[in-house]
Write a protein that binds this ligand. Structure first.
Ligand SMILES: [Zn+2]
Length: 163
């Protein structure tokens, strides 16, 4: 067995290639789901916070994380879930917000904990940037999303719920 020297930064870089199974254009790192990486010798502990508790993609994510790190020769990987504090949509990186918009998924506004202001604020259409939008259905395809309709370009789109 060859000895490999891996740094925590290299692990972060590798995890940045692991995509969110529900939104495969963004990585778990960009979504703020990966919270911490601890490298102790050849052992790795990755701490993640799912976007909502009971997220069915959790096991998929854990498997993907382990598979990616195994490619670096890291076999002793533990994935821990941290639910407190709960995941916040404020943790989504700017790069990820741009990617979400690119697939017609309106990124959530940064709220800094002030949900009321965010929920009252107009939602911007990801296609034409119009504020002339209305909610169509608060139940999207996943608990993280809501369906909106743009009255300007007449396209339905999804909003990633501020959490
Ligand atoms: Zn529009």
């Amino acid at each position: 067995m060859q000895t490999q020297v891996v740094t925590e930064q290299e692990i972060w870089d590798a995890l940045d290639e692991v995509v969110d199974p529900e939104i495969p254009v963004v990585s778990l790192v960009e979504m703020g789901i990966i919270r911490a990486v601890i490298l102790d010798g050849a052992r790795v502990v990755v701490t993640m916070t799912p976007t909502f508790s009971g997220c069915p993609a959790l096991e998929v994510m854990e498997g993907d994380i382990k598979a990616r790190l195994a490619q670096m020769g890291l076999e002793d990987v533990r994935v821990e879930k941290a639910l407190d504090p709960p995941w916040s949509s404020d943790w989504i990186s700017d790069a990820a917000r741009a990617k979400l918009k690119g697939i017609g998924l309106a990124p959530p506004r940064v709220h800094g904990g002030d949900f009321i202001a965010v929920l009252d604020a107009p939602v911007t259409c990801p296609y034409c940037d119009s504020f002339n939008t209305s909610i169509k259905n608060s139940f999207g395809p996943t608990p993280c999303r809501m369906i909106f309709y743009c009255n300007n370009c007449q396209q339905p789109f999804e909003l990633f719920k501020p959490l």
